[in-house]
Design a protein around this ligand. Structure first.
Ligand SMILES: [Zn+2]
Length: 151
């Protein structure tokens, strides 16, 4: 799923749970998208990077899978213990979890990585259809967001 779609999907799901202001939108934007920064590092560190690699689970680091969920759960718990606002921690962690869940549904993933490297995919949409779905999500949710901001 592309970065804009991740942000918009997370914003609309989280917006139904929490009251959202500009600060919360920025938190959701950063927390929903920053996890994909690992694609860039993995792609450029690969010996023979190609376009196909970008669409496999191999482009992601362990922070995109079970290891990351456990790691960020511990970090979220520590932040709450250290006195960071529970709502901010929830926004960050929920944005991360929703990103992982959407990736799990729509792209190839290795849910038990690094313990098991088996790559799975629900294959809900072939690549071209998924791209069109992502474009449709961006146009639709982006349009709804514009309407909300204009009111
Ligand atoms: Zn991702």
């Amino acid at each position: 799923m592309n970065t804009i779609a991740h942000f918009l999907i997370n914003l609309f799901i989280i917006g139904t749970i929490y009251p959202i202001g500009l600060k919360e939108v920025i938190i959701v934007l950063v927390a929903s998208t920053i996890i994909d920064i690992d694609h860039i590092f993995t792609y450029f560190s690969a010996k023979h990077p190609n376009k196909k690699m970008f669409h496999s689970a191999k482009i992601r680091t362990k922070f995109h899978e079970l290891y990351g969920i456990i790691f960020f759960s511990i970090i979220a718990g520590l932040l709450v213990i250290l006195g960071v606002s529970k709502m901010i921690v929830q926004l960050i962690f929920l944005s991360y979890l929703l990103h992982i869940f959407v990736d799990f549904l729509f792209v190839h993933s290795r849910p038990m990585y690094p313990f098991d490297k088996t790559e799975i995919s629900f294959d809900l949409f072939k690549f071209k259809r998924r791209v069109w779905l992502e474009i449709a999500i961006c146009i639709y949710l982006g349009g709804v967001l514009c309407l909300i901001l204009l009111n």
